[in-house]
Write a protein that binds this ligand. Structure first.
Ligand SMILES: *[C@@H]1O[C@H](CO)[C@@H](O)[C@H](O)[C@H]1NC(C)=O
Ligand SMILES: *[C@@H]1O[C@H](CO)[C@@H](O)[C@H](O)[C@H]1NC(C)=O
Ligand SMILES: *[C@@H]1O[C@H](CO)[C@@H](O)[C@H](O)[C@H]1NC(C)=O
Ligand SMILES: *[C@@H]1O[C@H](CO)[C@@H](O)[C@H](O)[C@H]1NC(C)=O
Ligand SMILES: *[C@@H]1O[C@H](CO)[C@@H](O)[C@H](O)[C@H]1NC(C)=O
Length: 388
């Protein structure tokens, strides 16, 4: 571990966990953080943090009509200006590919077309809504095809991450809502993927988690690759879905509770992050009834990550600039070979904003309440110990 030794990581992790309740940490801008530590039993450190917030985008709210023609679906315009510019375009690419290849190979039973008209900002009409708007991925069974939704990260160089979304999945049976890391390979047996997949035909308290591939070359299921888990909250309700992809295992959480961990076949190499909502009429995805639809709705996405290199799906100069900047920053942090200012998003009361949990050893942090001061005292003590 480059930043600190394992013992100090453990101590900092323990201190942070033990004192969470008492401490009121000081808010920090990402630039003030040398690294971000994740919570839980297996804390890890990351150099970078990104937050995509879809909660207050009323000016971009627009639910496109569904399109009952594959060609027009494929060429449909982006749902609003939000999808035409930064920050969206720096990070995410709205997809329009279709599964004609899989149909030819007999793997898919239903023609599926990704459409930009299925990725949109929508007004939150919940009673007592927690946000003005959210982002929706829609999949709908049209007369002769399945209209589907996908967006992929522009960077292809995530190398370990903790990704969190505040989301729910609602609607018809026969869809898959997914959040996953993806490393492409022409050989399906060499694809590397850490998947969260919600099958809307399943009971709303089960989610399937997988380190792909889950089929061997001769088509047998690889049992160790996948877990079908009962989760503490229905996926129809708003909840935080989190995947921690580490070198030794992939771990998934729902609302902060660990629900699955798979060490078998943990993805090794840099990858993209992808979200989609789809179906292709197989026994696994199910077959949606004509005219029906299902939706994955997301209020925000938060990424803590390390990245290697600057591989992207896109040569947009903004994207290049942004990546060069973050690569430089990461390198600077790496060169220092330690993490003096440790931040956390888990300990923050404000979603998307980090707080400083261990500062440069000497200074006391945050905490104006007596309990807070006690907490920061102990954390500083631990920090001192770490430095020695
Ligand atoms: C992320 O990068 C930092 C700096 O190189 C390193 O200390 C840390 O262990 C990395 N995290 C993971 C999960 O590999
Ligand atoms: C589906 O994809 C194929 C291959 O990329 C393309 O030739 C075809 O035009 C696409 N069809 C539709 C309806 O988008
Ligand atoms: C997962 O478990 C549920 C509940 O036992 C079951 O109904 C469902 O078919 C399972 N899903 C998969 C993909 O095995
Ligand atoms: C970790 O932080 C999340 C918020 O990101 C919280 O829901 C969860 O309870 C925390 N877990 C532990 C073990 O402190
Ligand atoms: C779904 O429907 C398609 C076309 O109507 C059919 O070919 C396919 O076998 C069906 N799949 C299942 C699992 O029933």
């Amino acid at each position: 571990m480059a930043f600190t030794n394992p013992r100090s990581c453990l101590l900092a992790g323990l201190a942070i966990t033990a004192l969470t309740k008492a401490a009121d940490f000081q808010e920090a801008s990402d630039n003030d953080c040398d690294c971000f530590v994740t919570n839980g039993t297996d804390p890890h450190y990351f150099t970078s943090h990104k937050f995509y917030d879809f909660r207050s985008l009323s000016e971009h709210a627009n639910v496109p009509d569904s399109i009952n023609n594959p060609e027009d679906s494929s060429s449909a315009p982006l749902a609003s200006d939000y999808f035409k510019k930064s920050p969206w375009t720096d990070q995410w690419g709205t997809q329009t590919w279709n599964n004609s290849g899989n149909i030819q190979e007999g793997e898919a039973k239903l023609f599926m077309v990704n459409s930009a008209s299925n990725v949109y900002i929508e007004k939150n009409r919940d009673p007592n809504p927690a946000s003005d708007t959210f982002l929706t991925l829609r999949t709908q069974r049209m007369d002769d095809f399945q209209s589907a939704a996908e967006f992929e990260s522009v960077p292809m160089s995530y190398h370990f991450l903790s990704a969190r979304i505040y989301a729910r999945t609602i609607g018809a049976k026969g869809a898959i809502a997914a959040m996953f890391t993806y490393r492409k390979s022409d050989d399906p047996n060499l694809v590397q993927e850490a998947d969260l997949e919600i099958r809307t035909i399943d009971p709303p308290d089960t989610i399937q988690y997988t380190n792909q591939p889950s089929f061997s070359r001769n088509g047998d299921t690889v049992a160790q690759a996948t877990q079908n888990v009962t989760v503490p909250r229905s996926w129809e309700e708003w909840s935080v879905h989190r995947v921690d992809w580490h070198p030794k295992a992939t771990t998934w959480y729902v609302d902060g509770q660990k629900v699955s961990q798979i060490a078998f076949q943990t993805p090794r190499d840099p990858a993209q992050v992808i979200f989609n909502m789809w179906s292709e009429g197989t026994a696994w995805t199910g077959n949606m009834t004509r005219g029906e639809a299902a939706y994955m709705q997301i209020q925000w996405i938060e990424l803590l990550y390390n990245s290697t290199g600057d591989a992207t799906t896109n040569s947009n100069s903004n994207v290049r600039h942004e990546l060069e900047h973050s690569t430089k920053l990461a390198k600077r942090k790496k060169d220092k070979d330690q993490c003096k200012s440790v931040c956390s998003v888990d300990e923050s009361h404000k979603i998307g904003t980090a707080v400083l949990v261990v500062n440069d050893a000497s200074s006391f942090l945050g905490g104006s309440s007596p309990l807070g001061l006690v907490a920061t005292f102990w954390i500083s003590l631990v920090a001192l110990f770490v430095m020695v």
